[in-house]
Ligand binder design. Structure first.
Ligand SMILES: [Zn+2]
Length: 128
């Protein structure tokens, strides 16, 4: 009944992915928090691909600096039945518009690098 802070299955995945990504990137961060994650497979394109793919967005702050706020990161992680290996990651900067919520065929409403490099990448479509 104490579950009033959104903790649940999805958050376990998010936390695991965030920790893995954090181990992998070469930037010092503090106050790191998982922001959003999504899991999918690539069987649509390759039915022999049994891996699970995870896209994760997390935030962190530069240690010792409280003036420039949160930094946003994206990572793609794969694993056989749980997040295991970071395939790629990128820092995203909303102000420089190098990220978008519209260029991944698997995730909706989640930030991804505009330049792609992740599975499910699609070019940004113009809305009618
Ligand atoms: Zn995605």
């Amino acid at each position: 009944m104490a579950n009033n802070n959104g903790y649940g299955h999805g958050d376990n995945q998010l936390t695991t992915c965030t920790k893995l990504a954090l181990d992998h990137i070469d930037i010092d961060l503090e106050n790191v928090q998982g922001f959003d994650s999504n899991a999918f497979t690539m069987k649509l394109f390759d039915d022999k691909d049994d891996l699970i793919y995870f896209h994760v967005v997390f935030t962190g702050e530069t240690p010792g600096r409280c003036d420039d706020g949160k930094r946003y990161f994206f990572a793609e992680i794969v694993g056989k039945d749980k997040p295991e290996e970071v395939r790629m990651w990128k820092e995203m900067d909303e102000e420089s518009e190098n990220c978008t919520v519209e260029n991944c065929i698997f995730c909706t409403g989640m930030w991804h690098p505009l330049s792609g490099g992740s599975c499910g990448y699609k070019r940004k479509k113009k809305k009618n």
